[in-house]
Design a protein around this ligand. Structure first.
Ligand code: GDP
Ligand code: MG
Length: 168
């Protein structure tokens, strides 16, 4: 039986919740004081999508994103991408177009989803909903909203990407 394995890269500014999202999806856990590194290159989880078993390998960074020092090896062979920002961090939203370009330069056009994380912090939100929708349209990416903390929307992110990869 054909086994489908997808490498997914998760990019965005530091502290938007990338490592937490990987940990939530692959291990089902969440911690507030999450270490900057997972200690391995990626974590994986298998899910069924459109009747197929798909193994998702979610690649984390060890905080290099804060120094703009993610190496080509991180991106190499990626099938799909999560562009993540935090609802409470305006700079992380403004940085999304440049993250998209970096991924495009290394990987070409791959299925990509735009993710607004930390939606549980409603009263600290710094991004107008229309603006977020507009950015998604401009980049040609579906916009999804998550709270990794409350476990809202995380599964949808990876189901959407896996499904897109199966079509291509
Ligand atoms: P990374 O630098 O992008 O990998 O971000 P981390 O995963 O290390 O998360 C940074 C901080 O944000 C940690 O304290 C997390 O616990 C916290 N965090 C992550 N996701 C959420 C969320 O959905 N809601 C809230 N309130 N905090 C979150
Ligand atoms: Mg991290």
């Amino acid at each position: 039986e054909l086994e489908i394995s997808l490498k997914v890269v998760i990019v965005g500014n530091g502290a938007v919740g990338k490592s937490s999202m990987i940990q939530r999806f692959c291990k089902g856990t969440y911690t507030r004081d999450y270490k900057k590194t997972i200690g391995v290159d990626f974590l994986e989880r298998e899910i069924e999508v459109d009747g197929e078993d798909v193994r998702l390998m979610l690649w984390d960074t060890a905080g290099q994103e804060e120094f703009d020092a993610i190496t080509a090896a991180y991106y190499r062979g990626a099938h799909a991408c999560v562009l993540a920002y935090s609802a409470t961090d305006r700079d992380s939203f403004d940085a999304i177009p440049s993250w998209k370009l970096k991924v495009e330069n290394e990987c070409g056009e791959i299925p990509t989803v735009l993710v607004q994380n930390k939606i549980d912090l409603v009263d600290q939100c710094q991004i107008d909903p229309n603006e977020a929708e507009r950015l998604g349209r401009a980049l040609g990416c579906k916009l999804l909203r998550t709270s990794v903390k409350e476990d809202v929307g995380v599964m949808s992110v990876f189901r959407h990407l896996a499904s897109r990869c199966l079509i291509e």
